[in-house]
Design a protein around this ligand. Structure first.
Ligand SMILES: *[C@@H]1O[C@H](CO)[C@@H](O)[C@H](O)[C@H]1NC(C)=O
Ligand SMILES: *[C@@H]1O[C@H](CO)[C@@H](O)[C@H](O)[C@H]1NC(C)=O
Ligand SMILES: *[C@@H]1O[C@H](CO)[C@@H](O)[C@H](O)[C@H]1NC(C)=O
Ligand SMILES: *[C@@H]1O[C@H](CO)[C@@H](O)[C@H](O)[C@H]1NC(C)=O
Ligand SMILES: *[C@@H]1O[C@H](CO)[C@@H](O)[C@H](O)[C@H]1NC(C)=O
Ligand SMILES: *[C@@H]1O[C@H](CO)[C@@H](O)[C@H](O)[C@H]1NC(C)=O
Ligand SMILES: *[C@@H]1O[C@H](CO)[C@@H](O)[C@H](O)[C@H]1NC(C)=O
Ligand SMILES: *[C@@H]1O[C@H](CO)[C@@H](O)[C@H](O)[C@H]1NC(C)=O
Ligand SMILES: *[C@@H]1O[C@H](CO)[C@@H](O)[C@H](O)[C@H]1NC(C)=O
Ligand SMILES: *[C@@H]1O[C@H](CO)[C@@H](O)[C@H](O)[C@H]1NC(C)=O
Ligand SMILES: [Cu+2]
Length: 675
C-alpha cells in the first residue's frame, strides 16, 4: 500500500481511525508555529537555520566582481535595496564576487544569498566560498550545490578570521544576486589536539539519510519526496544528492524509478556494497542502490509496511528487518528477511517485535530505530533502545530470546549504539520517550559472547558522557575510539533548543574499571539534532550533516561538515604524514581469510577493519569496527586474519586502516563475502 497523505486529507470523511492518527502524528512531530496550505496540506513555514552568530553590518563594505552588466554593479548585492541587484554577464564560465569587510576583526561564520527574485534565471547552484585575511591566500570553507530556486541560500561554517569573503560559482548564463549577508560567529580558537571542523559541504536537500558508497567513497544522501520537507508528499520519489570529495562536487538527482519516497526508511548494505533501503513513506517498497553502476533499482515488496524500522545484514547475506510502526499501522511488525538471490522477502513470525518495545508514550514509536547487530550462529542481537535486550534467531520462522536488561539504563529512544570492536557494543544517550523527553548521559559497554547467546553489560561506561544527548550521531574510528556529536538535552523534533555543540570521544581502556573515558573534542558551530547523520569516510575523517526537513522552518540544515580527528593533525594544524597501504592481497575474502598488506614503512601491530556505514535517525547498523592484529612477515609486509565466524565478520565491505603511532592510513577496501 502506498500512503498518499494528500488523499488522506481530502478523504477525511472516509478514512479509518488509523489513517487519521498517521496524519496527526506527522504534525505532532514538528513544532509548527506557522503553517501554510500547500496542495491541500498544512506545512510549516518559517525559515532555515542561519549561520551561527550575528549579521555583520554592511556599511563600509567594498566589493570586486568578475563582471557586471550595466546598472547592476557589484555593490548592489548588499545595498539593502531589494529592487537592485548585482548581475554578472555571461562572458565567463565562472563568476566571483569578493567582498572586503574593511577589517580582519571578524570570525566569519557564513553567508546568505538571495537570488534575483523577478526572473527565474541566473540562479547560483554550484558554488564555493573562500575566506582570506590578506586578499592573496584563499581558504575554501564551503562548497556544494544549492537547490535551484529563488529562495534564500545559506552557507554556514566553523567561524574563521577573515577580511575578504569570496563567493564563486560556474555561471554559463550569469549570476544575479539581490541580497548578500555575511555572519560573524563566536571565534573558537583552533586546537588541533581536539580535532578540527571544515569544510562545509552544501547540499540541495537536507541529508536525513546517507551511506558511503564503498566503491567510489562518495556519500549518497537523501531527504524525502521534497528537498526540505517530508509531509504532504504523494510518495513515489526521493530527492538524493551525491557528494564526491575528490571532485568537490555535489550532484543532485531525483529518484523516481523505484516508486519510493525513502523518508524514514531502514537501510542496510549488502556484501556487494549495494545499499538496500526499505519502507518509510512508501512503506512496503524496497530500493537498492547499486554502487557498481551508481543507479537505483526496485527491490521486492516487504510483507509488512514499515517506517522507522531497523535492519541488519546477516551472516548468510540476507537482510533482517524488525519493527517500524511509524508507517503502515501500529504493532505486529515482526521480523522478515530479504534474500538477494530471489529479490524476495519472507516472514519470520517468531521474531517478535513485541519483545523489543519501549514504554514510549506513543505506541507508534515503541518499535522504532532498533539497535540491531548481526552476530554469531545467524542471530541478531537487539541492544536497545528498549531497556530489555533480545536475541533474534533468523532461521526457519525465527525466534526471540530475552537477553536481559541494559542495567543502569532506561529505555533510550534515539540513543546510539556502536560496535567498536569484536562483540563490544557501546551504547550512549537517548531518552525514555522519543519526543519531549529529557536525555541521559548514560553509557554502557555490552560484551557479546561468541559461542553462546549471552551478553554482559558494564554500565556507567567511562563514567557516562560529558553531556546529555538524544538525536546525537556517532561513528567508530580506526584507533578504536568512538566519535559522538550533536544531540540535545530534551528531544524536541525540529526545535533546536539546548543543542550539544561539543563532540566527545569514548576512548576504550580495558584496564579502566569503567571500560574507558570520555574526552571532549573541538566545539562546533552548526547545530546537529533531529534528522542529522554521521558517517566515517575512507580517509579517516567524519562526515556530519543534516538536521531538520520540516518545510520552511528554522531547523533545516542543507549541509554536511567534515570533522578531522586529532589523530590526523600536527600541533600547528597541518595534516600529519600518514602511513600508506601500498598493496593488498586477499582483500576479497571470506570469514577466516588471510589478508596480506604492503606498507610504506613500519606500522602499529593493531589495525582496524571498519564496515562501511549507512545511517538515518540515529541508526547505523552497518558500521562495525573489528580490531585486527598484524603479523609482520618481512620488512613492510604484514598479514592478518579476518575473524572466522561469519556473524562477527558480517559480510560486506570494510575500510582497512593501518596506524603509525596512532595516525591512520587512508583506508583500502576489504570485502568479506558470506560463506
Ligand atoms: C518560505 O519562506 C520564505 C521567506 O520567509 C517565503 O518567501 C516563502 O514563500 C516560503 N515558502 C513556502 C513554501 O512557504
Ligand atoms: C532602491 O533602488 C531603486 C532603483 O535603483 C531606487 O529607485 C530606490 O530609490 C532605492 N530605494 C532606496 C530606499 O534607496
Ligand atoms: C530584502 O530581502 C531580504 C530577504 O528576503 C529580507 O531579509 C530583507 O528584509 C529585505 N530588505 C528590504 C529592505 O526589504
Ligand atoms: C574566482 O575565484 C577562484 C577562487 O579564488 C579563482 O580560482 C578564480 O580564478 C576566480 N575567477 C575569476 C574569473 O577571477
Ligand atoms: C524555474 O525554473 C525551474 C527549472 O527550470 C522550473 O522547474 C520552475 O518551474 C521555474 N519556476 C518558475 C516560477 O518559472
Ligand atoms: C585584491 O586583489 C585583487 C587582485 O587579485 C585586486 O584587484 C583588488 O584590488 C584587491 N583588493 C584589495 C582591497 O586590495
Ligand atoms: C549492478 O548493476 C549491473 C547492471 O545492471 C549488474 O550487472 C550488476 O550485477 C549489479 N551489481 C549488483 C551487485 O547487483
Ligand atoms: C544455533 O542456532 C540453531 C538454530 O538456529 C540452534 O539450534 C543451535 O542450538 C544454535 N547453536 C548455538 C551454539 O547456539
Ligand atoms: C522550543 O522548545 C522550547 C523548550 O520547550 C520552547 O521554549 C520554545 O518555544 C520552542 N521553540 C519553538 C520554535 O517551538
Ligand atoms: C601487489 O600484489 C600483487 C599480487 O601479489 C602483485 O602482482 C603486484 O605486483 C603487487 N604490487 C605492488 C605495487 O607491490
Ligand atoms: Cu524522522
Amino acid at each position: 500500500m502506498k500512503l498518499d497523505w494528500r488523499a488522506t486529507v481530502l478523504l477525511l470523511g472516509t478514512v479509518s481511525a488509523r489513517e487519521i492518527s498517521e496524519l496527526e502524528k506527522l504534525y505532532r512531530e514538528g513544532t509548527t508555529p506557522d503553517t501554510k496550505n500547500i496542495d491541500g496540506v498544512q506545512v510549516p513555514t518559517l525559515s532555515q537555520a542561519l549561520p551561527s552568530g550575528r549579521e555583520i553590518n554592511r556599511a563600509g563594505w567594498t566589493a570586486d566582481c568578475t563582471t557586471a552588466t550595466a546598472g547592476h554593479t557589484c555593490d548592489q548585492a548588499f545595498d539593502a535595496n531589494n529592487s537592485t541587484y548585482w548581475e554578472s554577464d555571461s562572458s565567463e564560465t565562472s563568476q566571483n564576487i569578493t567582498i572586503d569587510l574593511g577589517t580582519q576583526d571578524y570570525a566569519v561564520s557564513g553567508l546568505t544569498v538571495v537570488p534575483r527574485q523577478d526572473m527565474n534565471a541566473s540562479l547560483i547552484e554550484q558554488h564555493q566560498v573562500f575566506l582570506s585575511t590578506d586578499n592573496v591566500t584563499w581558504n575554501l570553507v564551503a562548497y556544494g550545490t544549492w537547490w535551484p530556486d529563488q529562495s534564500q541560500k545559506i552557507s554556514a561554517f566553523q567561524p574563521q578570521k577573515a577580511q575578504y569573503v569570496r563567493l564563486s560559482g560556474p555561471a554559463p548564463s550569469g549570476i544575479a544576486i539581490e541580497d548578500l549577508k555575511i555572519y560573524e560567529g563566536d571565534f573558537i580558537p583552533p586546537n588541533p589536539s581536539l580535532g578540527a571542523w571544515g569544510p562545509t559541504i552544501d547540499f540541495p536537500l537536507v541529508p536525513v539519510s546517507g551511506a558511503v558508497d564503498a566503491n567510489s567513497g562518495e556519500v549518497v544522501a537523501w531527504s524525502a519526496w521534497g528537498y526540505n520537507i517530508f509531509t504532504g508528499g504523494k510518495g513515489g520519489k526521493t530527492q538524493t544528492a551525491t557528494w564526491n570529495s575528490g571532485a568537490q562536487s555535489v550532484t543532485p538527482r531525483t529518484v523516481s524509478n523505484t516508486y519510493h519516497d525513502m523518508f524514514c526508511s531502514g537501510i542496510s548494505m549488502d556484501e556487494d556494497a549495494r545499499i538496500v533501503v526499505t519502507g518509510g513513506a512508501d512503506a512496503d517498497q524496497t530500493s537498492i542502490y547499486n554502487t557498481t553502476v551508481r543507479d537505483w533499482f526496485e527491490g521486492g515488496l516487504m510483507n509488512e509496511a514499515r517506517g522507522y524500522q531497523a535492519s541488519s545484514t546477516l551472516s548468510d547475506g540476507r537482510i533482517f528487518v524488525l519493527g517500524g510502526s511509524f508507517s503502515g499501522g501500529v504493532g505486529g511488525k515482526n521480523g522478515e528477511v530479504y534474500d538477494r538471490n530471489t529479490n524476495d522477502w519472507s516472514k519470520l513470525p517468531n521474531a517478535k517485535a513485541s519483545a523489543m518495545l519501549t514504554q514510549d508514550q506513543r505506541a507508534y514509536r515503541q518499535d522504532n530505530h532498533g539497535w540491531l547487530f548481526a552476530w554469531t550462529n545467524g542471530t541478531v542481537f537487539q541492544a536497545g533502545p528498549s531497556k530489555q535486550m533480545n536475541w533474534y534467531g533468523t532461521s526457519g520462522s525465527g525466534s526471540t530470546t530475552p537477553a536481559g536488561d541494559r542495567t543502569g539504563d532506561a529505555d533510550a529512544m534515539c540513543g546510539n549504539a556502536v560496535m567498536f570492536d569484536q562483540g563490544q557494543i557501546l551504547t550512549f544517550g537517548g531518552s525514555p520517550n522519543y519526543e519531549n523527553s529529557e536525555a541521559t548521559n548514560n553509557a554502557a559497554i555490552i560484551t557479546l559472547d561468541t559461542d553462546a547467546q549471552s551478553a554482559y553489560v558494564l554500565s556507567n561506561a567511562g563514567g557516562g558522557m560529558n553531556y546529555k544527548r538524544t538525536f546525537h550521531i556517532s561513528v567508530p574510528l580506526p584507533d578504536g575510539s568512538v566519535f559522538v556529536h550533536g544531540g540535545q538535552v530534551v528531544g524536541l523534533p525540529f526545535n533546536e533548543s539546548q543543542p550539544q555543540m561539543t563532540p566527545e570521544l569514548f576512548i576504550p581502556d580495558s584496564e579502566n574499571e569503567n571500560g574507558g573515558t570520555w574526552v571532549k573534542q573541538q566545539r562546533n558551530s552548526i547545530v546537529r539534532v533531529y534528522h542529522s547523520i554521521a558517517l566515517l569516510l575512507q580517509d579517516g575523517t567524519v562526515f556530519t550533516g543534516g538536521g531538520g526537513l520540516c518545510g520552511n522552518c528554522s531547523a533545516n540544515h542543507f549541509d554536511g561538515e567534515i570533522y578531522t580527528p586529532a589523530y590526523l593533525l600536527n600541533a600547528d594544524g597541518s595534516l600529519k604524514d600518514r602511513p600508506v597501504i601500498q598493496n593488498v592481497t586477499g582483500g576479497q575474502t571470506k570469514p577466516g581469510g588471510t589478508v596480506e598488506i604492503t606498507t610504506d614503512g613500519p606500522v602499529d601491530t593493531q589495525a582496524s577493519i571498519i564496515r562501511y556505514g549507512s545511517t538515518t535517525h540515529t541508526v547505523n547498523t552497518d558500521q562495525r569496527r573489528i580490531g585486527v592484529q598484524l603479523t609482520q612477515t618481512e620488512t613492510n609486509k604484514y598479514t592478518f586474519s579476518i575473524p572466522a565466524e561469519p556473524g562477527i565478520a558480517q559480510p560486506g565491505y570494510y575500510m582497512l586502516f593501518v596506524l603509525r603511532d596512532g595516525t591512520p592510513s587512508h583506508s583500502v577496501n576489504v570485502k568479506v563475502a558470506s560463506t
